[in-house]
Design a protein around this ligand. Structure first.
Ligand code: FAD
Length: 457
């Protein structure tokens, strides 16, 4: 995927023999790398198995804002759960930012880390109302977020300033983490797709075996369907990003902006570029207009005299109750863990998730920890507690299966859903779980571990 974060990502050899480690992390995106890094720092011998190259998945397409202001999340968590859950989520995010920034400074990692004010704004009355509730929730969390004026090329109804945020280059951070993992005695194998579930302390990877006491599934969307049921309690959402050059040179200096409105835009500076991230849709959803055209029309209207430098789409896993998953994969295996469902905020949440896994592997947090002790527990009651979202999600899955009867689109090798043609990206996308394939059938995004057999154009 060609994104704004181009650079030389180191390649690591493929798995080519049987190996034994303390912990095996499956997936080398930011989440898998944080898990591996935090585990090697605890003295564990860790191996990472990555299907492609490190950071080649969603991490490569991230806007990489390091903030606690995950849209207007706190009043929504308060409504869905309660203020204590909002408070825990907030303190974890603040702690993650502090620890990541301290680590980057201490290790002198060059990841283009810059402090910014993160400005959440809305152009609509409904959004204003949500931001007012958000401001009140920040007050209740005893955190000073203030109302501000958003310096945007159009009028807004309301904006709040979330200081103490940062932006950085996610690929550079991934490379630093990978180097640190290797330096501390860890091992990374790339080009190594895992298709099977661990069986006790052994994972079969093609003809080889990886033996480990613990396994961490950090494959973005978990690839093991049963047990776990992540295919029922998660889906993926895409964003279409366009970077431009040549517009107002002071725009977004020391600030980034995020609209909380449905189909709103996010803006951040990357060197001389302004990265505009918008057109957010469930993967496989087909709007009438081209998704890139939605962003391009916005650029033509508000950022005249600019040139497009790069455009791409990226997607992330969305949970039904706003909280990520970090903990035991399922009741059926105490030594298999999962980190996933970051709801487009994985730059802080993956660090927090890695901390949960470290605590569980060290025995400091029970794998059976109740929701009150681990708000990210994958075993929490997600489906019945979020019945409307569950029905919506099941509805999309059912409609996709029904689609198999009426159109001749290819079926997703993951679970047999009816794939949709994405004319913007020229890919086959799965509306159920977000697997994506090139028009020749090559896997672009998991959870599918098999390519499409159909097409050879
Ligand atoms: C457009 C966009 C903007 C975003 N902006 C922000 C932001 O500003 N701030 C923020 O905090 N978050 C942001 N996010 C979210 C954040 O980027 C993601 O949550 C995070 O990158 C997910 O990391 P990951 O490691 O879980 O997934 P990935 O980066 O996708 O890594 C998973 C890895 O697992 C590998 N893999 C998959 N299946 C297998 C298998 N079977 N065997 C072996 N390897 C496998 C893949 O090749 C991949 O490298 C954004 C997301 C998007 C889409």
């Amino acid at each position: 995927m060609a994104t704004i974060w181009q650079g030389k990502v180191p390649t690591f050899e493929k798995l080519s023999g049987d190996v034994t480690f303390d912990v095996c992390v499956i997936g080398g995106g930011i989440a898998g790398l944080w898990c591996a890094y935090r585990l090697v720092k605890e003295g564990k011998r860790v191996v990472v198995l990555e299907a492609n190259k490190i950071a080649s998945g969603t991490t490569m397409g991230s806007t990489a804002i390091l903030t606690y202001a995950h849209d207007d999340i706190y009043h929504r968590i308060r409504k869905k759960h309660d203020i204590s859950v909002a408070s825990k989520y907030f303190s974890d995010a603040k702690m993650a930012i502090k620890e990541i920034v301290e680590l980057v400074w201490k290790e002198k990692w060059e990841i283009d880390l810059e402090p910014i004010d993160y400005i959440l704004f809305s152009k609509k009355w409904k959004g204003k109302c949500h931001l007012e509730k958000e401001l009140k929730t920040y007050d209740d969390l005893r955190h000073g977020v203030v109302r501000t004026k958003a310096n945007l090329p159009y009028r807004t109804k309301f904006a709040i300033k979330c200081s103490g945020s940062y932006q950085f280059n996610p690929v550079k951070l991934s490379i630093c983490l990978a180097n640190a993992i290797i330096k501390a005695g860890g091992k990374i194998f790339c080009g190594t797709m895992v298709k099977e579930a661990p069986d006790g302390e052994v994972l079969k990877v093609g003809e080889y075996s990886v033996s480990a006491k613990h396994f961490v599934v950090a494959t973005h969307f978990p690839y093991i369907n049963l047990p776990g049921f992540y295919w029922l309690k998660m889906y993926q959402e895409q964003n279409y990003c366009i970077a431009i050059k040549g517009s107002n040179p002071d725009f977004c200096k020391g600030q980034s902006f995020e609209s909380i409105d449905q189909k709103g835009f996010e803006y951040r500076r990357v060197g001389e570029n302004i990265l505009i991230d918008g057109a957010s849709f469930r993967t496989g959803e087909k709007p009438k207009k081209s998704k890139y055209q939605i962003v391009e029309r916005h650029i033509r209207r508000y950022f005249k005299d600019s040139n497009v430098t790069v455009r791409y789409c990226a997607q992330d896993c969305m949970t039904l109750d706003l909280l990520p998953y970090a903990g035991r994969y399922s009741h059926f295996a105490d030594n298999v863990f999962v980190v996933s469902g970051f709801n487009k905020w994985g730059m802080t949440s993956s660090y927090i998730a890695a901390g949960v896994i470290v605590d569980m592997i060290k025995g400091e947090l029970s794998v059976d920890a109740p929701f009150s002790a681990n708000i990210y527990s994958p075993q929490r009651n997600v489906l019945l507690a979020n019945i409307i979202e569950t029905i919506e999600n099941v509805g999309v899955i059912a409609a996709s299966f029904a689609g198999n009867l009426v159109n001749g689109n290819p079926k997703c090798p993951h679970m047999g859903c009816n794939l949709k043609w994405n004319r913007d990206e020229q890919t086959w996308d799965c509306p159920c779980h977000g697997s994506r394939f090139s028009k020749c059938g090559k896997i672009i995004n998991n959870p599918s571990t098999e390519p499409l057999e159909i097409i050879s154009t």
